[in-house]
Design a protein around this ligand. Structure first.
Ligand SMILES: Nc1nc2c(ncn2[C@@H]2O[C@H](COP(=O)(O)OP(=O)(O)OP(=O)(O)O)[C@@H](O)[C@H]2O)c(=O)[nH]1
Ligand SMILES: [Mg+2]
Length: 202
């Protein structure tokens, strides 16, 4: 059981259409990013034990603005749900907007303490994921790789994927973690919460 404050104290702060509209750049933030439909919002709900916190959807491209959540009442710790990428059907304009928003956020945000990149365990390390991993490496920003939807693979296959990911990340010098998760079975959720607490307090 996760017995941490994430569970009781997480609140939705707001939804922001652009980098410029975000609240003050203060405290510590961990940003969640990943391809559309990889389960960012679902994992967010799992770690806060709140099914209604972040909107999830069967329609890819659902989260198009930056959603901000505060995870502990007495500390300025926030989780940022960034819009998903890699969804072919969004318009070119929308994709360009996404690029600008993410670029601004990643390059300018001083409170950003770590990036969590969520991937579908069945389709990990796509080009956009690799771009973000390389970006973390260049900035020396701690990185958490989540191999989500682990329930879609056998235990054996899931641990094989995890080993493969660990091998892939061994090349990096920036601090990194690989956790296989499932928003459905809550596999890896405790480990993720522990990792995030450590990163927030670094
Ligand atoms: N089986 C399984 N399904 C999952 C898991 N996580 C998410 N899903 C499903 O995947 C779909 C997309 O989940 P979301 O959490 O909305 O994904 P997202 O990454 O936030 O998507 P966008 O906001 O569109 O970028 C939903 O139908 C979820 O129920 C998981 O761990 N296992
Ligand atoms: Mg979402």
């Amino acid at each position: 059981m996760v017995s941490h404050n994430f569970l009781q104290n997480s609140v939705f702060i707001g939804s922001y259409p652009s980098y410029e509209s975000l609240p003050d750049d203060s405290g510590s933030e961990i940003a969640f990013c990943g391809r559309s439909n990889c389960g960012k919002s679902s994992v967010l709900n799992a770690i806060t034990n709140n099914k209604k916190l972040a909107k999830t959807s069967k329609t890819p491209g659902r989260t198009q603005s930056i959603n901000v959540f505060k995870v502990e009442k007495d500390k300025n710790h926030k989780i940022i749900d960034l819009p998903g990428y890699g969804y072919a059907k969004v318009s070119k304009t929308m994709r360009a907007d996404w690029g600008i928003t993410i670029d601004n956020y990643l390059n300018k945000r001083k409170s950003l303490k770590a990036l969590a990149i969520i991937m579908d365990i069945r389709h990990p390390f796509k080009d956009d994921d690799l771009t973000l991993i390389n970006w973390c490496e260049a900035k020396n920003l701690p990185l958490v790789i989540l191999l989500n939807k682990s329930d879609k693979l056998s235990k054996n296959k899931a641990s094989q994927e995890q080993l493969r990911a660990l091998k892939e990340l061994k090349k990096l010098s920036t601090k990194n973690f690989v956790i296989s998760t499932s928003a459905t079975t809550k596999d890896g959720v405790n480990e993720l919460v522990e990792t995030m607490i450590n990163l927030f307090n670094m």
